[in-house]
Each structure stands twice: as C-alpha cells, then as structure tokens.
Design a protein around this ligand. Structure first.
Ligand SMILES: *[C@@H]1O[C@H](CO)[C@@H](O)[C@H](O)[C@H]1NC(C)=O
Ligand SMILES: *[C@@H]1O[C@H](CO)[C@@H](O)[C@H](O)[C@H]1NC(C)=O
Ligand SMILES: *[C@@H]1O[C@H](CO)[C@@H](O)[C@H](O)[C@H]1NC(C)=O
Ligand SMILES: *[C@@H]1O[C@H](CO)[C@@H](O)[C@H](O)[C@H]1NC(C)=O
Ligand SMILES: *[C@@H]1O[C@H](CO)[C@@H](O)[C@H](O)[C@H]1NC(C)=O
Length: 377
C-alpha cells in the first residue's frame, strides 16, 4: 500500500482543482506551480496515510450570520420595527445606558449582575456619545456593549434619537428581550437583580410616567414654534413624564416604528429653556397609541422636592449614602398619571427599582452597603 492508488490520486486532483480554478481566476499571471505543489502535497499525504480514508464529507456550514444592523437611523428603525413583538422565552431584561461619561457606578452594576444566578436573563446596551472620551474604557460586563452611537445633547431631539437607537439595537439583538429599561450614568439599582427581573417580567405593561396638565406644558409644546406640532400633535394630546422608563417589547417596537409623530418631535427648538423632547415624546406616543398598555408611572426615583438646579434634580452626595437612604427610597411609591388608569392603577403600589441622581463620589459608600442592603430583599 505504499504507492498511491489511482483512487487516491484522483481524489487529490479533485481537492486541488478548486485551488487551480481560484488561482486562475484571481491571478492569471501566476503560473501553475502552486497547483503542482498542492498536488505533490496531496500525493505525499496519501502516501503517508492509510489510503482507506477517502474524501471526508465537508464540515457543516457555519450558522448563517445575522446581517449587521443598518448604520443609518432610518433603515435601522425600519428593520427593528419588523421584529416579533412577542418575546421568546425565557424573557430577558435589556438594560440600556444612555451616557456621555464613563459609568461611575460600573462596579456596583457589575456586582448587581454578578450576584444573580440568572446570568442569561439580561442584556446590556450602551449609547455613548462619540464626541466624549471614555477613560477608563467600558470593561467587565460593559465591555463591547456600546452600540453605534451619535452625539446626544440636552435640549435637542438627539437624546430621544439615542434612546430610539438603543431600542432598535436591543430589539434586533435578542428576540428574548422583553422589557427595555433606560438608565443614566447617575442611576443606581435599589433592589437585587432577581427582584427587579421579577417585577419587570411579571408586568405585561410598560412603566412610563404620563402626566397631563403639568405646569409649563404649553411652553414645552410650543418650543418649536407656536403651531409647529400641528396637526399631528395637538396640545390636548401632549404629555410630560420622566425620561426614564421601562417599555415592553410591544411598546419598544411601537416607538421604533413611529413615523407619525416623531418628525414633529425631531424638529429643533426655537425656545431652548422649554425644550425637553425626551420627556415629552415617549409619554405622548404611548398616550396616543396604547395608554392601557402602560402603568403611568416611572420606577426610577428622583427627588425634585428641593427644586431644580440648572434643570437637574437633587443629587445625592457620598455623605448621604447609607442603609437609611436606601430604605427611605424603597418605601416611597410612584406618582401615577391619569392615562390608562381605569380606576385600578390608583391602588397600585409598584416598587421603585432604580434611583437617581447620585454623584460619582458615592461609589465607595454604595459598594459598602451593596451586598447587605441594596441587593437584600
Ligand atoms: C513561475 O515559475 C517559475 C519557476 O518556478 C518562477 O521562476 C517564476 O517566478 C514563476 N512566475 C510567476 C509569475 O510566479
Ligand atoms: C464579576 O464576575 C466577573 C467574572 O466572573 C469578574 O471578573 C468580576 O471581577 C466580578 N465583578 C465583581 C464586582 O464582583
Ligand atoms: C431627525 O432629524 C435630523 C436632523 O434634521 C435628521 O438628520 C435625522 O435623519 C432625523 N431622524 C430621523 C430618524 O428621522
Ligand atoms: C396583560 O395580561 C392580561 C392577563 O394575562 C391580559 O388580559 C391583558 O390583555 C394583557 N395586557 C397587555 C397590555 O398585553
Ligand atoms: C378600561 O375601561 C375601558 C372602557 O370601560 C375598557 O374597554 C377597558 O378594557 C378597560 N381596561 C382595563 C385595563 O381595565
């Protein structure tokens, strides 16, 4: 069996044939040495090997790769609007961070995600305005989670665009994403991951604050010009609510597929001091399209009781962080809006799951009470 059988030589020739073709096509100037070398190699192999190993069946083709999401927003949103609105099981929660800074509470969040055994029940997405620097870079559970991002500034529609971009990527990325939570870098969790997961996935409604007749509503509506929102968005339909919500997959899809009122909110404002599209677009859309599909409240606690400093709510300092603060925030109940209530929401007692704003200096104090207080429920 030391000399090549006609069969093995034939097989060797077969193996080399595609190569020869490739070389002929791609580089006509190359002479046929390569093919000859290949043939020689094959012959040597067949001489060394037992010849009864004929051509093996080719390995199974790799699973078809998902095409990457489109880079331009319009196509991205259109593609994302075609996903299945019903999540596959087991359901997952998409944590979507909208930031222009490194995440100051990354270690706390990492611990939050680490201390659950439900490792496959969440996904993380980050929108990071590329005009800012991120040092240290996103690492640990946040490594490689940044979606293609664009500049995102307050008092412009770009923050809202960023949130819609996050929703689109999260919808396309995983058919199990069932709840989509928007978070800021100054947000912290108030409960364990398991508690949060249960609260969110047991609800088939979004949690989004939708308030009517808020002070200053008319000025916000008219910020793009007296009649700029007409006829699509009448003042009576215009709503205000926290920028931070948790949307069902059905509503996430509704948002990315909205071409009816989005063009109105995507206009630049003439009046910057009343321009907060991210606090108006989402509540108005859900109010108009599916108020009964939402609980009209945000589960992200914020304290405006001391007024606003430059449009920002109370920001906790490190010296204020302790078990007492966490217990106090947990004991509070959300403010419910009027839409979609039908009488029943007035007796709801949904727990706050997150809170803001915390200054970056709080991280040590927060880590100190994480395991024994924040993640204990
Ligand atoms: C073709 O083969 C000869 C001899 O091996 C070599 O000298 C020559 O460079 C080769 N030509 C090309 C185009 O590769
Ligand atoms: C979380 O788990 C990862 C991998 O298991 C580990 O590298 C990391 O240090 C952990 N982080 C924390 C904050 O416990
Ligand atoms: C929003 O407006 C900007 C600026 O006019 C435009 O470039 C962008 O395409 C719009 N976004 C969408 C999704 O329509
Ligand atoms: C939520 O679930 C209840 C009961 O399972 C059902 O009656 C209701 O239609 C659902 N609501 C939404 C918004 O899917
Ligand atoms: C709310 O009330 C309307 C009208 O009475 C009814 O059609 C709807 O099913 C109710 N929705 C819920 C969630 O109770």
């Amino acid at each position: 069996m030391l000399s090549p059988t006609p069969l093995s030589l034939f097989c060797a020739l077969l193996l080399c044939l595609p190569l020869a073709v490739v070389f002929t096509i791609t580089s006509p100037t190359t002479n046929i040495t390569t093919t000859v070398d290949c043939l020689k190699n094959q012959v040597t192999k067949f001489l060394r090997k037992k010849p009864q190993a004929p051509l093996q069946s080719p390995p199974p083709p790799p699973p078809p790769q998902q095409p990457p999401p489109p880079a331009d927003d319009e196509s991205l949103l259109q593609v994302a609007a075609r996903v299945n609105p019903t999540p596959t099981h087991p359901m997952k929660v998409a944590f979507m961070f909208l930031t222009t800074t490194p995440l100051p509470f990354a270690p706390l969040w990492e611990l939050y995600f680490n201390q659950t055994n439900k490792q496959n029940l969440f996904n993380i997405y980050i929108h990071a305005d590329p005009t800012h620097k991120y040092r240290p870079p996103f690492a640990g559970v946040f490594a490689d989670r940044v979606i293609p991002s664009k500049p995102a500034q307050r008092q412009t529609p770009t923050l809202t665009s960023a949130a819609r971009r996050l929703l689109a990527h999260a919808l396309l990325d995983d058919p199990s994403n069932a709840m989509f939570v928007l978070l800021s870098p100054s947000c912290i969790p108030l409960h364990s991951f398991d508690f949060t997961y249960k609260t969110l996935t047991r609800s088939n409604k979004s949690f989004i604050e939708i308030l009517e007749n808020e002070a200053g509503a008319h000025d916000r509506w008219a910020a793009r010009g007296e009649h700029a929102m007409l006829p699509e968005v009448r003042f009576e339909e215009f709503r205000i609510g926290s920028q931070f919500w948790a949307l069902t997959r059905k509503h996430a899809r509704l948002v990315v597929g909205d071409w009816s009122i989005w063009p109105k909110f995507n206009q630049s404002c003439l009046q910057l001091d009343t321009c907060y599209p991210e606090e108006n677009y989402f509540p108005t859309l859900i109010h108009v399209r599916d108020p009964l599909g939402s609980v009209s409240a945000t589960l992200t606690h914020v304290d405006w009781s001391r007024g606003s400093s430059g449009g920002h709510p109370r920001t906790y300092r490190a010296s204020e962080v302790g078990p007492q603060l966490v217990r106090s925030l947990r004991s509070k109940r959300p403010r419910y809006g009027y839409d979609g209530i039908n009488g029943s929401d007035s007796i709801r007692r949904d727990p706050f799951l997150f809170a803001r704003k915390f200054s970056p200096s709080c991280i040590q104090a927060l880590m100190g009470i994480a395991k024994d207080v924040i993640f204990k429920d």
